[in-house]
Each structure stands twice: as structure tokens, then as C-alpha cells.
Design a protein. Structure first.
Length: 460
């Protein structure tokens, strides 16, 4: 809390942009690289699309294509429509939006609340005459004093982010940003922000998240548009490469499943208090993976959270919807399933005995690339050691390196039977407990770490 209140403004459009940036904590407990979320869902219309709504309208006004009382038409997944409707309410324009039927009813009702006419279309490919963008184009052509906002090809889209989003991120991080992560639908946000940031520092890495089923990753890798399949995350991904998307500015595109995106969006809300949509969850999965790989406290990853979760209360924030779509079926998974999935050798568990020295324990961790070990005696776990704890002790007193593990070990890891459901196993992972041992046929034969759990939740 604290700080001065913002000055009064003339209308709500002056509140677009200058969104806060918030550091993630609980989701990054085991990650050394700081991750900051750019909270675009805190724009007055609830999404990053508020920025392009006013930009598109002002450009059309300046070019004389939109006159007083005119009509704004757009094919939208919802958020761009809200951004346009918000600006149209202030400027006195009418709006007609076409929206695919896979979008949430919250979005349809919200657009109508702003006075817009909404036409819900079937979810079909761009070659079909009922494709939502095709219908929008036809409506714009059939009406006088009407414009098609054309967000997928209108350069006012990325230009808005070049002028506002990119500079805000640079200023908020004091130029320390090393990586930018976000999703791409039109690609305008990432294209505009990346262009500005790379002009400031060409070394900044730009990584985009893409739904499993979108063509953008393959288009970046091969230059070909192929392999598109249906997916449920809204507002990002595509079956084409929009004219507003400059893939040359994107260093890498990573694919994320619907399930991983939705589960992470729920965690983002419940653990960080950041109420974002499915695209926010998808981008967060990518940002956390990237930060884990960078593994450098001096680096700084910025994650764009594009829209509010309020528009998805009937979808992935609903347990019933998640279960109906088989995205919330963790009760069916058992500890043994996860052991099998990770391909672990259940014949032996890497461990250390209580009479080994701290130096030997650290050597074992280093050799096998792990950060914690169970302390075993007579086939039972009697304690545990963590690399971070042992290194902290050794830094304070190097003599600790020759001490017995028994003198510095922490509490033993919990032990579960291999048939235990994963929803129970997950509850055993806490801030102070990073692993769970798995007992098979009376013997401890497996270990599950927090990393294994994250992979499981991410659907990998």
C-alpha cells in the first residue's frame, strides 16, 4: 500500500495503459530467475486489447474513413470487441461484432452490455462462408460510413504496443529485462513490444506461447502453414499468420496444451492473486519454464497477462466444465502412473546414508544433477538433505563439509504407497517439502520431486 493516487482524467480512455507489473513468488519458489507479470487485465476493459481499440479508431478518424455516428465492425474472440466498444462509447460510434461460438458467454454478454450488436457464428475454418471474420467483412462492405477494424492486418495494432506497451516494460524494469514472454493471436502485442525492446537491446529474448493445435509454431520453424487442429484456449493461436504478426521478431515459439494452460491459470489466481484468462495461464507455463532454464538471478523475465479471468467463470474456472472436458482428471492418476510416466528406474532410489559427510552428499547431488536426497537407513527414510541448505551451512563454516549428514539433515520425506491418487500426493508438497518417496511391495523404490509434479500438471 502507499503512493499517491492518480490524478482525475477526462474520460475512461485515459486510463488505458500504464498497467502494473507484479513479481511472481509462490510459482517461482524453486526458480532463481525473477519473473514479473505485466498485468494487462487491469486495463479498464479488462484486457490488453483496450490499447488497440482506441488506436484503430483514431487512425480511421485521421484517415477520414470513420465519420461521426459511423459503424465499427470486427470479427473478435471478445476482448478486441470490448476494447473497441469502450472507445466507441466515448466517441459515439455503433458496433457490430461477430464472435465464434467456442467463446465464453460472458464475452457475448459483456459486448452487449456496451451496446454492441453481437452475431455468434459457428467455429469453422477461414475458407467457410460462415467464418466469423468473413461475415464481419461482408457487414462492413454492406453498410455506409462503416469500417472493419481488421485487427489481424491493421498496423495500428502493433503500432499501439510499440508506442505504449514496449516503452512501459522498458521503463518499469529500468532496462533490465532479458526476456519477454506472451501469447500471440493477432501477434500485435508481441510484435509491437518486441520491436521497441529489441531496438533498445537486441539481446532481449522474445519467446511466445502457442496453443497445441495452432499453426504459428510450425510457421516460425518451417515457413509453412499446416497442422492446425481445434483447441480450447481463447484469444491466442491461429490457423494463419496474421499481417500484424512479425515472426522475425520472435526468437522462439513453444507449444502448450489446453490442460496445462487452464491448470496454470487456476494456480495463478489461487497462488498469486492474479486473475487471468487461459492465455495468461499458457504464457505463464512458458515463462516459468524459460526462467528455470535461464537460472540466473541477475536476469529478468517479463510475462504479459493479457486478459481477466472473469470472462471464463463458466469455463476453466468451473470444476464441472474442467471435468467434462477431462482437464481435471487428476483423481484418476496414481503415484505409480507418474513414476512410469517419468521413466524412472524403480529398482533403486538415489540416496545418502547418515554416516556420509556433507561433502560427499553434495558430490552425489552434483554428479546426478539433483538438488535433494533422502537419507536412508535399513530401507527407511530417516531424514533428508537439500543442496541449498547444505551450501548455506558450508558458506558460513567450511568445517561443516566434513560433518556427518546425520548432524545437519532435515525431516524425512513423506512416503506414499504406489497406488495413492495424485491429488493426495500433491498435498504433501509444501514450501518445506520438495519430494515424496513411493513405496512398492513394501520397499521404497521411487521418488517424486516438485519438478515431476510440475511436469505432470503441465501435461508433459
Amino acid at each position: 500500500m502507499g503512493g499517491s493516487a492518480p490524478a482525475p482524467v477526462n474520460n475512461i480512455l485515459h486510463c488505458v495503459g500504464n498497467t502494473p507489473m507484479v513479481r511472481l513468488h509462490k510459482l517461482t519458489e524453486q526458480i532463481r530467475t525473477p519473473v514479473f507479470a505485466k498485468c494487462e487485465f487491469m486495463n479498464p476493459g479488462g484486457s490488453v486489447k483496450d490499447r488497440i481499440g482506441i488506436s484503430i479508431i483514431e487512425q480511421a478518424e485521421q484517415e477520414g474513413r470513420l465519420l461521426p455516428g459511423g459503424l465499427i465492425v470486427e470479427g473478435t474472440s471478445g476482448n478486441t470487441g470490448v476494447g473497441l466498444a469502450l472507445a466507441a462509447a466515448i466517441r459515439g460510434y455503433r458496433c457490430v461484432f461477430t464472435i465464434p461460438d467456442k467463446m465464453s458467454m460472458e464475452k457475448v454478454k459483456l459486448l452487449k452490455a456496451f451496446g454492441a450488436k453481437v452475431i455468434v457464428t459457428p467455429t469453422v475454418g477461414p475458407e467457410h462462408p460462415d467464418y466469423y471474420v468473413t461475415i464481419a467483412k461482408r457487414i462492413a462492405e454492406e453498410n455506409t460510413n462503416a469500417i472493419l477494424a481488421n485487427q489481424f492486418y491493421n498496423q495500428a495494432n502493433p503500432d499501439a504496443h510499440y508506442r505504449t506497451t514496449g516503452p512501459e516494460i522498458w521503463e518499469q524494469t529500468e532496462g533490465r529485462i532479458t526476456a519477454l514472454v506472451g501469447g500471440m493471436g493477432t501477434g500485435g502485442t508481441m510484435t509491437g513490444a518486441a520491436r521497441f525492446l529489441k531496438e533498445k537491446n537486441p539481446a532481449i529474448r522474445v519467446v511466445a506461447g502457442d496453443p497445441d493445435g495452432s499453426v504459428l509454431k510450425n510457421a516460425k520453424a518451417t515457413g509453412e502453414i499446416s497442422g492446425g487442429q481445434p483447441y480450447k484456449v481463447e484469444g491466442i493461436g491461429n490457423d494463419k499468420v496474421p499481417g500484424t504478426c512479425d515472426l522475425d521478431l520472435i526468437d522462439e515459439i513453444r507449444t502448450v496444451s489446453d490442460q496445462a494452460a487452464f491448470l496454470m491459470a487456476r494456480r495463478l489466481t489461487r497462488e498469486e492473486g492474479l486473475f487471468g484468462g487461459g492465455s495468461s495461464g499458457l504464457a505463464t507455463v512458458v515463462a516459468l519454464d524459460l526462467a528455470r532454464e535461464i537460472d540466473d538471478p541477475s536476469s529478468l523475465v517479463v510475462l504479459i497477462l493479457p486478459s481477466t479471468g472473469e470472462r471464463y467463470l463458466s469455463k476453466f474456472f468451473s470444476d464441472e466444465w474442467m471435468q467434462e472436458n477431462r482437464f481435471l482428471d487428476l483423481d484418476d492418476a496414481k503415484a505409480t502412473d507418474l513414476m512410469r510416466k517419468k521413466g524412472a528406474d524403480i529398482a533403486a532410489v538415489l540416496s545418502v546414508s547418515e554416516d556420509k559427510t556433507v561433502k560427499q552428499a553434495l558430490g552425489t547431488m552434483n554428479e546426478h544433477g539433483v538438488t535433494q536426497l533422502p537419507v536412508m537407513s535399513g530401507g527407511e527414510c530417516i531424514g533428508s538433505v537439500r543442496e541449498s541448505h547444505l551450501m548455506g551451512l558450508a558458506i558460513e563454516d567450511r568445517a561443516v563439509l566434513e560433518s556427518a549428514v546425520s548432524s545437519v539433515m532435515d525431516a524425512p520425506f513423506p512416503v506414499v504407497q504406489d497406488h495413492e491418487p495424485m491429488n493426495r500426493v500433491m498435498r504433501l508438497f509444501t514450501r518445506d517439502n520438495e519430494a515424496v518417496l513411493v513405496r512398492t511391495d513394501g520397499e521404497v523404490r521411487g521418488i517424486l520431486t516438485r519438478s515431476d509434479l510440475i511436469q505432470h500438471l503441465s501435461g508433459k
